[in-house]
Design a protein around this ligand. Structure first.
Ligand code: FES
Length: 184
């Protein structure tokens, strides 16, 4: 092989390497955004949370709740909500019924586990009722009708009493399935 032939082969190999590298880099660039976005694509459908990462929110004074367990409705307002760029303050995120038994408080999400309508507390029958498809719930949140449209009882969340105030970890849950799975 002459020196000229060797140079031609070298040039061919160099061109082949550049083309291969460019295709590889382009493929990686095309795939990377999808890969980096994958968790947010899957979230919150596959995400399960035990609530430990959910911040506590103060709702009301314990003394303001009836001691006989009658539920009282409260709007839940988060003091701070952060996204990647901005911090928002005093954001309403939902509503709960708080029911007190001594020094223990149970929080029930106002959203119906069927399709998310607002559940009413009926003082006459002392139970809960969702007017959208007539699901009824006992005071402890359990389903009370045999063929209830709601596949599970009312959703509860963590509560604690601190310095005379009721705090909750407010969460929403996946609708219309029997299992109670948090959305965040
Ligand atoms: S949304 Fe409550 S029963 Fe359907």
């Amino acid at each position: 092989m002459t020196e000229k032939d060797e140079q031609t082969d070298d040039n061919k190999n160099r061109r082949k390497f550049i083309v291969t590298s460019t295709i590889g880099a382009s493929a990686a660039c095309a795939l990377f955004p999808f890969a980096s976005g994958l968790p947010s694509v899957l979230d919150p459908v596959t995400k399960k949370s035990d609530g430990a990462s959910t911040p506590w929110t103060k709702v009301t004074a314990l003394a303001s709740l009836p001691e006989d367990g009658t539920p009282t409705k409260f709007e839940v307002v988060l003091e701070k909500v952060k996204d990647a760029w901005t911090t928002y303050t005093n954001i309403p995120v939902g509503a709960v019924y708080l029911a007190r038994s001594g020094d223990k408080v149970t929080a029930y999400n106002l959203k119906c586990p069927h399709l998310g309508c607002a559940i009413d507390y009926r003082s006459k029958s002392n139970d809960y009722f969702c007017p959208c498809h007539n699901s009824t719930f006992a005071l402890d949140g359990s389903v009370t009708t045999e063929n209830s449209p709601s596949p599970r009882g009312m959703d509860t969340m963590d509560t604690k009493i601190e310095d005379g105030s009721v705090w909750i970890r407010f969460q929403q849950f996946r609708p219309n399935i029997a299992e109670k799975i948090p959305l965040s």
